[in-house]
Design a protein around this ligand. Structure first.
Ligand SMILES: Nc1nc2c(c(=O)[nH]1)N[C@H]1C(S)=C(S)[C@@H](COP(=O)(O)O)O[C@H]1N2
Ligand SMILES: [Mo]
Length: 328
């Protein structure tokens, strides 16, 4: 299938990210070069002059928006961590694909208001324009949001990341961003939005990105508390009795209220200091540390303001461990 003004570049599932993983994430705002990229069916290149967005379904005025229409509407900037939930085929494997960026775009709520969304709408479905196959399924990348989140002030139809227009790989010219929720919800190359009174029924909201829990299936929406050690990294040259610090990032849909660090493989834990959060940014944590010689196993775990903690193993937000060798 081909469509006017767009073509696929690289087909199939793709992940790109820094070779050093989370140890590359040394700055508060993640430069795009260090920010992971993910796609299921491939990357789409869209001619911005051909791009348009159709808003339909439970709306009084089905409306088509061109790029110039969005550019003429009020824009908003929002800082947020951006995290991939990992493979939907292996949902309990921690991948730690994470960054912290500033998005800029038109609040989704303004676009829905222009189309006069009906009070009967309880979900908003969003589809990407790319085509191809993922896990032997050939259908559009369609996601849904409950209406409360769709209308929340932080949810944007983004045109920019970190002060620059979105590249084709990043989902440009326009993508959805859903701060606080896993990256899978932030539909790239967005082409249509449908207001509905039920959840979307496609593979990306039913078969993929649903977690089996004791109380049934739970959509992969809100980001659970998580933290990573940025420094030291396993390659650092550390020596005993040389005071240093252990530091990293902690984040979640809800604010992180505490981070604990272990330097003995989880035998004992110390409380780290935790920095502020802006919007839904990550938060910096830090602990002074004087290493002892030999093998040191460092761990970090965080708790959010509602008391939810990171599990030790078998979860996408499982505790992060770093092993460092310390010279005598
Ligand atoms: N149209 C479309 N949107 C998509 C995807 C996709 O495959 N197609 N992948 C999702 C997933 S799983 C993630 S983690 C984020 C990745 O966004 P990024 O590449 O800008 O980091 O985009 C999401 N939006
Ligand atoms: Mo993802």
């Amino acid at each position: 299938m081909t469509r006017t003004g767009m073509h696929m570049i690289d087909t199939g599932f793709s992940f790109q990210g820094p070779a050093e993983g989370v140890h590359a994430l040394s700055s508060w705002i993640t430069p795009e070069d260090d920010l992971f990229l993910v796609t299921h069916m491939g990357f789409l290149n869209i001619d911005p002059d051909h791009w348009h967005l159709d808003v339909d379904g439970l709306v009084d005025t089905p409306t088509r928006f061109r790029l110039s229409d969005l550019q003429a509407m009020p824009q908003r900037e929002y800082m947020s961590f951006h995290e991939c939930a990992g493979s939907p085929l292996a949902p309990t494997v921690a991948q730690r694909r994470i960054g912290n960026v500033v998005w800029k775009g038109v609040p989704l709520s303004l676009v829905l208001e222009r189309a006069k969304i009906s009070t009967d709408a309880s979900y908003v479905w969003t589809s990407g324009l790319e085509w191809g196959e993922y896990a032997e399924i050939e259908e559009a990348y369609q996601k849904d949001l409950p209406i409360e989140k769709a209308l929340a002030e932080e949810v944007l139809l983004a045109l920019e990341i970190n002060g620059r227009p979105l590249t084709p790989e990043r989902g440009g010219p326009v993508r959805l961003v859903v701060p606080g929720w896993y990256g899978t919800n932030s539909v790239k190359w967005v082409g249509s939005i449908t207001a509905a009174d039920r959840r979307a029924s496609g593979a990306y909201t039913t078969r993929f990105y649903n977690d089996a829990t004791a109380s049934g299936m739970k959509p992969v929406w809100s980001v659970a508390p998580e933290s990573v050690i940025v420094s030291p990294s396993p390659n650092d040259l550390l020596s005993a009795a040389m005071p240093t610090k252990i530091w990293g990032w902690a984040w979640g849909d809800h604010r992180i209220s505490s981070v604990e660090v272990s330097v003995d493989g989880g035998g004992s834990w110390r409380t780290a200091s935790v920095g502020p959060r802006e919007g839904r940014s990550w938060q910096r944590f830090e602990l002074p540390w004087t290493p002892t010689s030999g093998q040191n196993i460092l761990l970090c775990r965080c708790t959010d303001e509602f008391g939810e903690e990171q599990p030790l193993t078998d979860a996408r937000n499982a505790v992060h461990t770093v092993q460092v060798e310390v010279d005598p």
